[in-house]
Design a protein around this ligand. Sequence first.
Ligand SMILES: [Zn+2]
Ligand SMILES: [Zn+2]
Length: 239
Amino acid sequence: MKPKYLIMRQIAPFLKDLLFPRRCVSCGKIDTFLCDKCASMMLSVSSHKCLFCKKMIDGQICDSCKKEFRVKNAYVSVYYREGPARDLIVNLKFKGKKEIAGLMGTMVAEKMLQSWRVRPFRGSNPFKDYVLVPVPLDKRRKNERGFNQSELLARELGRSLGLEVRKILGKRLRAPQMGLNRKERQQNLKGAFYGISKPPKKVLLVDDVLTTGATVKECTRVLKENGAREVAVAVFARD
Ligand SMILES: [Zn+2]
Ligand SMILES: [Zn+2]
């Protein structure tokens, strides 16, 4: 690479910050995507409620959801109905601010590491055998958006936790899930996902939001049919 380009590459981020300063997605404060005040307003996901059916339990997934969704474990960072968490998602997905995925990925990694610290684990990283698999977008959606937010999240998680990312799932075009109820969502997603290549034994499925769990259920079914033994889920936010 020519020295001139190298210099430009080093200067470019500074210029970008100068011309388009980062602003808090929620309150507009300059210099950061999420200021400390707004970050402190985000509601961390409770560890006493089932992540899928929201039943009060001691743990993260109740026994009947473990059976239904066939996932070993789930890590979800925050609730997103409104407020800063929702603002982060909207800015990433609908305003194309890809850099925000870095912040969201770091938050999910932090959540995972927290759950590791509070348990009496001995020895090495308990996530080390997992391979990160992002939930795919269909081709049309990916072309419109220009990126898959789950893939960006997975990459950041991979960096934070030292794990490999593999794109081994594909998605066929389906009507949007928005506005559909739980049953309709499951129906709409039947057969939507397919395997591109053989999955690793232990998969950590990565998505940006969790609503009814229909996506998780369908992706897990495909991964297990193709040979994955264990599937866990890492998601930024729950509604
Ligand atoms: Zn703020
Ligand atoms: Zn449940």
